[in-house]
Write a protein that binds this ligand. Structure first.
Ligand code: ATP
Ligand code: MG
Length: 407
């Protein structure tokens, strides 16, 4: 490979410190895919031969070990957190017997560290098992053939596709995310198992599915991801409420809203907010719950709060969306008709969700062709408590556990 692909100085320094201490350390996963495809990585996962304790030794207080059984290190560089995980190996058939039956998640002794080769084999798809070291040659370790598959746009399972999906059905969703986000095709040996294992997703841990939903929401490929899930029969097991409305007018609205949201998010014109993302996708079911009012928006009425709250909750059921987020998404929906009531302006501007409600209102205006000038009088940010700081405090979006590795 020619010149190394450039990564941020902070990532380089994490890798350099591990390597200087005598350990192997590579970037792996989504960041490598993105670098090879000339996209800017959202976050970096680091894989190393160092045990979690050794990682802590290298980074001292900048490293925190998390997870009780499966230990990972979170290494902080300034405000950015990198997940550093130790090479692991696949469980032996004996260890596999202790697998949880309810979840499809592999549980095995957590001290089974392994080599890079073994670590690669327990990952899900070849394009996710490319190891990249920008500091030294050889820059790439690609034992599973991920680079040619990436170039060919192919999602190929590592090992037997049927077994690997059955072992952890969340991989069905992960395969379709690759299809949606990169325009990849499923390898011919994967397409049938994806359909067959789709129903097993309902048995997966809702917490893990919720983490996947949040990751989908962060990227501008939501419309494609929902469509791919629908096409392969997965949506009914992932987000049943969205699946039920898919073929009707609310489904059409959902698709248009998501496509326009993705376009705006990709162009930096839509906020990266979980509450806003949840409210945006929940708008179509909420519109239905409000009696599908012509014109596309309901009016404020008695009992609307409860209807909207229930509608948001049902939109994502059975995923465990925290109540605080459901409440925030409900508030965003609740504020929408207020943009048509200039008398309520001062109060609306003070509301903590004002600016997100405005973004969603603007999105709806574009979809429905509402008078664009109507928003001109509404400033992009309000006067609420979070606006002074520009935004709400940012919470770490990284999951605190990777259950596929062993909860
Ligand atoms: P994203 O862009 O959504 O972060 P990603 O591929 O980086 O995509 P992560 O959830 O961050 O996904 O996981 C990092 C890596 O860990 C993956 O690329 C893959 O190698 C491995 N991995 C994650 N989940 C699984 C799983 N369920 N089964 C096997 N390997 C997995
Ligand atoms: Mg990742």
């Amino acid at each position: 490979m020619a010149a190394p692909l450039s990564v941020t100085p902070a990532v380089e320094s994490v890798l350099a410190r591990l390597q200087d201490a005598g350990h192997q350390a590579y970037i792996v996963g989504g960041a490598v895919r993105d670098l090879l495809l000339d996209r800017v990585p959202k976050d970096y996962d680091i894989a190393t031969s160092a045990t979690p304790e050794e990682v802590r030794h290298v980074f001292g207080r900048a490293a925190r070990l998390i997870g009780r059984r499966f230990r990972l290190a979170h290494v902080y560089c300034g405000r950015t957190c990198y997940e550093v995980s130790t090479f692991r190996r696949e469980p032996s058939p004996e260890e596999r017997k202790t697998r949880a039956t309810d979840d499809g998640v592999m549980i095995w002794q957590d001290n089974q560290f392994g080599t890079l080769e073994q670590d690669a084999r327990r990952r899900d798809f070849t394009v996710n098992a490319i190891y990249y070291n920008p500091l030294r040659e050889p820059h790439f370790r690609d034992d599973c053939g991920g680079i040619p598959d990436l170039r060919a746009g192919l999602v190929r399972a590592i090992g037997d596709p049927g077994l690997r999906l059955a072992e952890d059905p969340v991989r069905v969703l992960r395969a379709l995310k690759l299809v949606a986000e990169y325009g990849f095709r499923l390898d011919s040996s994967l397409a049938t198992p994806v359909r067959e294992q789709a129903p097993a997703l309902s048995r997966s841990s809702p917490a893990r599915l919720y983490e996947e939903l949040l990751k989908i929401a962060r990227k501008p490929y939501c419309a494609e991801t929902f469509a791919a899930c629908r096409q392969y029969g997965l949506l009914q097991h992932f987000l049943p409420a969205m699946d039920r409305l898919w073929d009707g007018s609310a489904g059409e609205l959902l698709r248009r809203l998501l496509a326009e949201r993705d376009r705006r998010l990709g162009g930096g014109e839509y906020s990266h907010s979980r509450a806003l993302a949840l409210a945006t996708a929940a708008f179509a079911p909420a519109w239905l719950a409000m009696g599908a009012p012509p014109g596309g928006l309901w009016e404020h009425n008695e009992g609307i709060e409860k209807t909207l709250r229930e509608s948001v909750r049902k939109s994502y059921s059975p995923l465990p969306v925290p109540r605080v987020l459901t409440a925030r998404a409900r508030d965003i929906l609740l504020l929408l008709p207020r943009f048509r009531q200039p008398a309520a302006k001062r109060r609306l501007l003070r509301h903590p969700e004002y600016r997100y409600a405005r973004e969603l209102y603007s999105l709806l205006s574009a979809i429905h062709g509402w008078d664009a000038a109507a928003l001109a009088d509404w400033p992009p940010s309000g006067t609420g408590p979070f606006e002074r700081h520009g935004a709400r405090p940012r919470y770490m979006h990284r999951p605190h556990h990777k259950e596929w590795q062993a909860p």
